[in-house]
Structure formats: C-alpha cells, structure tokens
Design a protein around this ligand. Structure first.
Ligand code: NAP
Length: 527
C-alpha cells in the first residue's frame, strides 16, 4: 500500500480548508522523500479576498498602531515557543544546517520584534502625520497637511523558496502594523514552514479574523483577484517578476507593486590594499561566508568579487583555502557546515549555470572536490565553487558573469585595473541589492560608496575599525532598506518606519489651520 503524506490546510475565509486535488509534494533534498503536500484546488478565491478586505481590514484599522504592535508582540511570543518545530521543518524541507536555518527563522522573528516595538513609538493613533503643514497663500489660515492612512485593500505576498520565515515576517510585520490584512502565498517548494508559522499564530487566536491568510499551492488566478487599493509584494526570479508587472491588475487597476528580484551583488577590495592586510582578510572571510551560508541561496549573496589585478592569485588562494574547509552534506550531521540546495530543480539549475559561466571563467576552487558527509550523489548537496577570470581585460570581456545569477554556492573573482574600472565593472550588474567595500582609506571608501549608491539598495562599507562590528554583507537588518534598482527589481522594503509607506496612502488635506490642528492632535479619528 502506498502511504500518502499529510496534505497541508490553507487558512482561507477565516477557517482551515483543504484543496480538493491530490496536491503537490514537498521533498527532503537529502533523501528525496516526500514530506507533505499542498493544494489550493477548489478554494473560492474571490470570497477569500473579499473576506480579508472586509473582515480583516476593518478589524485591523479599528486598532491603533500601539495595539497592532501589541498583537505582533503576542505573535512573536507564540512563534518563539515553537522555534524547535520550525528548525525541524527547515532541516527536513530546506536541507539547511542549524546556522543557516537561523538566518531565516530567527531573522524573521527578530524583524517581527522590531516592528512590534515600533507600535509604541507610533502610539494611540489611526493615521500618520506626514511632514509639516505648509501655507498655501499669504494668509496662514488656510494650509496643507499631508497624512498617511492605511490602504483599505489587502496585501498579497508572493514569496521565494529561500526565505519561508523571514520572507513572511519582513513583509507581514509592517503590513499588519499599518492595519492592512495579509494573504501570503509562499513558494511551493518550502511552503511548509510558512504554513506552520501561520497555523501557530492563527490557532493561538492572535489576529482578528481575516487579518492573516495563507494559500499553499498554485498561484493561478491570484493576481486576477487584486483590486485598486490592494498592494502586491513579490519576491522571486526576474522571469516571474516580468509576468507580474504585465498583469492587468498592475497595468490597468494601478495595484501598487513591490518587486524583489535577482541580483548580481558584489564585493570590492579597494586599490592599494596589500595581500594579507586587514581589509584583504576581511574580504576573504566575508566572501567565503557569503558563498556558503544557505549554500549561496540568498538574494544578497556575493556573486562577483573585485580585486586589484596584482592580488588576483593571492585572493584566489586565500578564498579557496577557506572554502576547502567547508564540510558539505546532510544537515543532520553536526560536522556539516553546508547543507543542500532546496531541490533537484535548483540543483540542476546551479549545475547548468556553472557550466555556462565556465565558458568564460576558470575554476579556482571546485565544489565537486568536496566529499559529501552522510549524503550521496542522489542528494541535492553541492560544494562551493570559486570561478575566476585571469586579467582585467577578461573582466570586461566575460559578460556572462555580470549577467547571470547562479543561485547557489558560486562566485567569480574578477581583477580590475584601477578604481574607476572597478566601479564600472560593479555597475555592470545593472542594479543590485548590495555591494560591500573593503579598505582602510576612509575617504576613498566614502567616495566609492556614493558612486555606487544610485545602483544599489545598500552599500556595506568595511574598514578595519568596523571589522568586528559589522552586521554582514548579506544580512538584511530591519533598520536599513532592502531592495535594489534595475534588475534587482526596483523594490524597497524595510528601512524601519519607511516600510509602512507601502501600506499607506498619502493624501494632502487642505483646510483651515484650526481643522488641521484638531486633526494633528488626534481629536479627529478616522472612522
Ligand atoms: P520564482 O520561481 O520566481 O517563484 C517565486 C514565487 O512566485 C513563488 O511563490 C512561485 O510560486 C510564484 N510564481 C511562479 N509563477 C508565478 C506566476 N505566473 N504568477 C504569480 N506567481 C508566480 O522564484 P524562486 O525560484 O522561488 O526564488 C529564487 C529567486 O528569487 C532568485 O532569483 C533570487 O535572487 C530571488 N530572490 C530575491 C530576493 C530579494 O529580496 N530580492 C529574496 C529572495 C529571493 P510556486 O513556487 O508555486 O511556483
């Protein structure tokens, strides 16, 4: 008799509902075993979207920012109490070692906690005052005041497979704090963790009905449900992003959309840094870390490493020496530092991507040289591979390394002639999430950072004095914005209170000073 795995329920229209189809399996990337199944067949999408808007939105907007912050704090407590279960799911379904699971799980909880605390800062209000009042004419009696009020639609989140926890909470926390109900559609491959977290907070009765819904399975028809005051936040590949951008919800109904897509992030060692200098060592350490954390399945991971031409060999040797120490295999084995790629599709995509890059680059450290621990060739484990282009002219000529995101433990070392050349090469990523700079000349660091600021969401500047303090090239802190222009999607998330802008509508109120004063004093509340 064939044993079927558990079908995960969707939280839809305020109740747990099962799809009526046979479902899609989620797998263990080490053993290949099916773990659970997901399905949304037969769910009434229109009714569920309306339920979220009407019930969830109304209930959330009735609360103040402080009260919504308290709701987020209560959710955080529930999630913290269930952390062990999340780690088990991540090991089984994402194939990640404990430290890598923490980036997703604890990173998500930390972000939720930061937004929970912001509720107190915003206080007992239902709207945000935006800037100062300004006179509209000579007489000061008639003025303008901008305000921000929560949108009366819902927030639909379509997320990528690599952050089932962080991707949920970094979006849901600012949305819920703003008073906007959330529908989350996690990537199918790793939907289990998202579903389990939503299940825990829903079953604990934390949120008002309709405030948080989860759909696990196909995305078909979701965008058709979006209406003018809804917002859509997408994280995933550039290909899917293009489909989303051209959907009538966006092109005809003006649904506000935020897109976080792929990115060819870079690390740059400034000129005049000697082999073995503190800055050299900081770059080497960070590159090796970025290539191996979550097996390189991070949108912010370093893909291109720029070093002065004279340091190419030294950097290649130093990074390779660190990578060689990485133990690869089954995340359940304590000795393992690099778990698996999420599934066979990703494994094959990374292998294909490597072959594509290898046509224009040499192999400096071969991931295939790593023996697998407690795993065999049927698993989705892959060692880290460092590629390289021998000279500065090659860095110009190898267009593939500037254009192709291989979403795994892969990066390319690229030599440059001078700083101008290096900055031009960094910009060939056509807009990235993050670039990190390493050097001891603070003036040059600051100048280079400003040169790169328009083409990056974040520039991470590491001088030796910050060497032990910095938060990491790839770590997205809720205080700073996340997103990048151009091919990175053009989106912007987080950044402290800035995240709330996406979920509010800004309006200009033009009135007598007396009315505006009343309003600002919160004597007039939104109904
Ligand atoms: P993906 O294949 O584009 O899928 C992303 C999400 O879109 C999934 O939930 C997927 O659902 C859904 N989807 C697929 N086709 C759709 C359609 N036609 N309409 C609506 N939704 C659709 O991306 P992925 O492979 O999960 O993620 C890897 C990529 O995400 C990488 O390129 C990485 O750089 C990027 N990423 C970016 C960030 C960032 O913040 N910038 C963060 C993480 C990842 P199914 O899973 O059910 O197909």
């Amino acid at each position: 008799m064939t044993q079927t795995t558990e079908l995960l329920a969707n939280f839809w229209e305020g109740r747990w509902q099962y799809g009526t189809g046979s479902g899609t399996g989620l797998y263990d990337p080490i053993s290949g075993a099916e773990l659970v199944r997901v399905d949304v067949t037969g769910l009434d999408l229109a009714t569920g979207f309306n339920f979220a808007r009407a019930k969830g939105g109304t209930a959330l907007r009735a609360l103040t920012y402080r009260q919504r912050g308290a709701v987020l704090s209560a959710a955080l407590k529930v999630l913290q109490a269930n952390r062990d279960a999340y780690y088990e799911i991540a090991t089984a379904n994402s194939g990640t070692v404990k430290n890598d699971s923490a980036v997703d799980i604890d990173g998500g909880l930390f972000t939720l906690g930061v937004y929970a605390k912001m509720g107190d800062t915003l206080g007992d209000r239902h709207f945000l005052v935006d800037g100062e009042s300004a006179r509209l004419g000579k007489d000061p009696l008639f003025q303008i005041q901008h305000v921000q009020v929560p949108t009366r639609g819902l927030a639909l989140f379509i997320n990528a497979f690599n952050f089932p926890s962080w991707g949920l909470w970094e979006k849901a926390a600012p949305a819920l704090l703003s008073g906007v109900p959330v529908i989350i559609k996690p990537a199918t491959a790793t939907a289990w963790l998202t579903q389990r977290m939503v299940r825990d907070v829903v079953d604990a009765g934390i949120f008002p009905a309709g405030a948080l819904s989860v759909l696990c399975g196909s995305s078909v028809g979701l965008l058709d449900q979006l209406q003018s005051f809804d917002v859509l936040s997408f994280t995933g590949s550039a290909e899917t992003a293009a489909v989303i951008r051209s959907h009538p919800a966006v092109t005809q109904r003006s649904v506000r959309v935020n897109i976080e897509a792929d990115s060819l992030n870079s690390a740059l060692l400034l000129p005049d840094e000697a082999q073995g200098s503190e800055s050299f060592e900081l770059l080497v350490k960070e590159v090796a870390r970025e290539m191996t954390v979550k097996s390189g399945q991070k949108c912010t991971a370093i893909r291109r490493i720029f070093v002065p031409e004279a340091l190419y060999q030294a950097a290649a040797a130093a990074i390779s020496a660190r990578l060689a120490k990485a133990t690869v295999g089954n995340p359940r084995n304590e000795a393992v530092r690099l778990g698996a790629l999420v599934n066979r599709t990703q494994f094959n995509a990374v292998k294909d991507g490597l072959e594509y890059l290898k046509t224009q680059a040499e192999v400096l450290h071969d991931g295939a040289s790593h023996a697998l621990v407690d795993a065999d060739s049927t698993s989705c484990c892959l060692g880290p591979t460092l590629l390289g282009v021998r000279n500065a002219a090659g860095s110009d000529a190898s267009d593939r390394v500037h254009d192709t995101e291989v979403f795994g433990p892969v990066a390319t070392l690229l030599p440059y002639r001078d700083l101008g050349h290096a900055l031009a090469l960094v910009r060939r990523g056509q807009g990235s999430l993050v670039c990190s700079l390493y050097g001891s000349d603070k003036v040059v660091l600051a100048q280079a950072a400003l040169e790169l600021a328009d083409s990056h969401g974040r520039v991470h500047i590491i001088s030796p004095d910050a060497g032990a303090l910095h938060t990491g090239h790839g770590n997205v802190m809720p205080q700073s914005i996340h997103g990048g222009p151009g091919r990175a999607g053009g989106g912007e998330e987080l950044g402290g209170l800035r995240a709330l802008n996406f979920y509010h509508r800004r309006a200009a109120l033009q009135a007598s000073t007396a009315v505006l004063d009343l309003l600002k004093a919160s004597e007039v509340q939104t109904p």
